[in-house]
Design a binder for this molecule. Sequence first.
Ligand code: ATP
Length: 305
Amino acid sequence: MNPVTVRVPAKVNLQLGVGPLRDDGYHDLVNVFHAVSLFDEVTAVPADAPKVTAEAAPDARIAMESVPLDGDNLALRAARLLAAKLGVEPNVELRIRKAIPVAGGMAGGSADAAGALLACARLWKADLALPSLPELAAKIGSDVPFALLGGTAVGLGRGERLTPLETSGSFHWVFATADGGLSTPAVYAECDRLREAQGQQVSWPRASEELVKALASGDARALGAALSNDLQPAALMLRPSLRRTLDAGRELGALGSLVSGSGPTTAFLAESADHAADLAAALAGTGVAKQVVRASGPVPGATVV
Ligand code: ATP
């Protein structure tokens, strides 16, 4: 059996609409996911026992100490789940090469889980016999099915019921990473706290028509104006320094800016690839980010390389 390597993209949420808190502790979401060209790689190698190793991709400043190398690693959980479903031993070494920030709001762990599912399905020659990888993916986490699918898609429910969206051309992005992660559950809890403190009546979120139109027509300026994230006030409350990063990007001419998912990575939309290069250089010069990276989207989901 030869090793199998899968490349998986990061995501940015173009819209993250958070509905009222449900009785089960989750929220109904409207999540417009967009896969961007910042990739983790997961290689599945036959082994005597399940194991995971992880390293940073060249030039990526990744907090590798925050990546668990035990059963908590989402990639290993994915491999075990697939093995149990197939009735085989989960004897695989997963080698993860990370370029997606850890706990950065870009779903890096979910990407690795999707990568492990696809790589192990290939390694164990199960991909044809097992049409339900997205179903397994949803059991691992609500962002995992989108990492398999890629492109641009609306996710309903907890984010896992996906419908692809039509887009034209490529959009050019600049991402500013930050020191230290933000815990997704802590950001949701802060969002609930802020809403209660402000006596906000929360209605059911709906996909933004302006956003859907801007994506279909490839209009970056309209897309920039339509970006939204209901978690942003909470992320800014927990990490006030992100306000300076967002302000700097806007002052430097970004068409739109927002906190990516639960943060603390911030995303800035540029007009073109050249504009993104200029914006990235200028933003790096302000010193408001740990690292500034460029990427474009949409890109395909998990792909065997
Ligand atoms: P999301 O955008 O889906 O909320 P995130 O990008 O904020 O996620 P992740 O990078 O997925 O966050 O990591 C969240 C936590 O998951 C980390 O702090 C880490 O403890 C754990 N984790 C488990 N497996 C992995 C993995 N393969 N890579 C990174 N983190 C992992």
